[in-house]
Design a protein around this ligand. Structure first.
Ligand code: GLY
Length: 369
């Protein structure tokens, strides 16, 4: 295991030493085409925290100042999005936890702290008190929509409460998490992607298939957001209900992988066998969540979570990581969504969570969530 980790880390360092320089120091990498990074086309896009986040992970892992400087210059560019109020949505957590809040946690930069608090205020403002949920996206028809991915954004609220010594933000986070336990997690441990509530009364109306195959199916990245999101809520609150939720969804996720004897998930656990849409990103996110669960359960429970995470990571590395100098992305074969968007392609958060998971296994990580 140690040899595998050392080898993989050396390959990550080798790849990033090249890709973090021109043009990687100027764009917000999203995917790659013909081996070259393609940057995100919208400065307010939800994925724009991941490339600066990778720079911070590399800074944590190497202490090389080049990564700090690159992350800082990307953070300044992201300021353009911070003031586009109409375009921002619940994903401000992904965007600013991995850029500004990471900077503040690692260097104490007060400008970065201010950006993080600004983003937290924007997230808190999306709370619907009648339904006790955080609204996901903009657009009149989506006024009452909440999505499972938001479990990864609410750590921004835990951070803000801790920083300013005021529990208001945390109350919103836990209230949203409690609604997710009640109305997103199904009795069998799988989760919905999108729920709709009456924005006036807060009453649950219906659920949608979202980025998965169909209503009632099981979009794997959504399951992974839930695993990692709930264990993070447990870490920040020590409320055992969140630990149990993370474990329940994890048990479902691990059984679904084991049933197919394939530890690289498809885009949906409940979809036809053909066509094959892999989603390596779901595996990488789940691996990070499973490692965190293993760190938060008693000794004789740890193996289930840790060994499953290692299996996912090793199998993905063996089959789907590209270490060549002719390809900028590391993890290949992610899928944006089952019914729309790109399939079987590199996506930047696959790389982000892979590197984060490797740092965790090396015990060199600092929690950025
Ligand atoms: N948060 C959007 C996605 O996972 O595609």
């Amino acid at each position: 295991m140690e040899k595998w980790l050392n080898d993989v880390w050396a390959k990550i360092e080798n790849k990033l030493a090249r890709t973090s320089r021109t043009p990687g120091d100027k764009l917000f990498a999203y995917t790659s085409k013909d081996g070259k990074f393609v940057g995100s086309s919208n400065i307010a896009g939800w994925t724009n925290g991941f490339w600066p986040g990778i720079m911070w992970l590399m800074y944590i892992g190497t202490k090389d100042e080049h990564y700090r400087k690159t992350a800082e210059s990307l953070e300044l560019k992201l300021d353009e999005a911070l003031y586009r109020y109409e375009e921002l949505h619940h994903d401000v957590g992904f965007m600013w936890l991995l850029s500004s809040v990471a900077n503040y946690r690692l260097t104490g930069n007060l400008e970065s702290k201010r950006r993080g608090l600004y983003a937290a205020a924007t997230l808190a403002a999306r709370y619907n008190a009648a339904g006790m949920f955080i609204r996901a996206w903009n657009g009149q028809e989506k006024t009452g929509w909440a999505i499972i991915d938001c479990m990864m954004n609410i750590p921004l609220l835990y951070w803000a409460s801790d920083e300013i010594g005021d529990p208001r933000f945390k109350h919103i986070a836990t209230s949203h998490a409690d609604t997710v336990i009640e109305t997103f997690i199904r009795p069998d441990g799988s989760v919905n992607h999108i729920n709709s509530y009456d924005p006036q009364t807060g009453e649950f109306i219906e659920t949608f298939g979202g980025q998965g195959y169909t209503v009632g199916s099981s979009w794997t990245r959504g399951q992974a957001w839930a695993i990692y999101g709930f264990i993070l809520s447990y870490i920040h609150t020590k409320n055992e209900q969140y630990l149990f939720a993370a474990k329940r969804i994890a048990h479902y996720f691990i059984s679904a992988l084991a049933a197919r004897d394939d530890f690289v998930p498809d885009c949906d656990f409940r979809s036809p066998k053909e066509p094959v849409y892999k989603d390596t990103t779901a595996g990488m996110i789940a691996a990070c969540g499973l490692i965190e669960i293993s760190r938060n359960v008693p000794e004789f429970e740890k193996d289930l979570y840790l060994n499953s995470a290692i299996k996912i990571l090793k199998e993905t590395e063996e089959k789907y990581c590209n270490w060549s100098d002719n390809e900028d992305s590391i993890v290949q074969m992610g899928t944006e969504a089952y019914n729309h968007g790109g399939k079987n392609m590199p996506i930047i958060y696959g790389d982000y969570y892979f590197i984060e998971a490797v740092l965790k296994l090396m015990n060199k990580d600092i929690l950025l969530w």
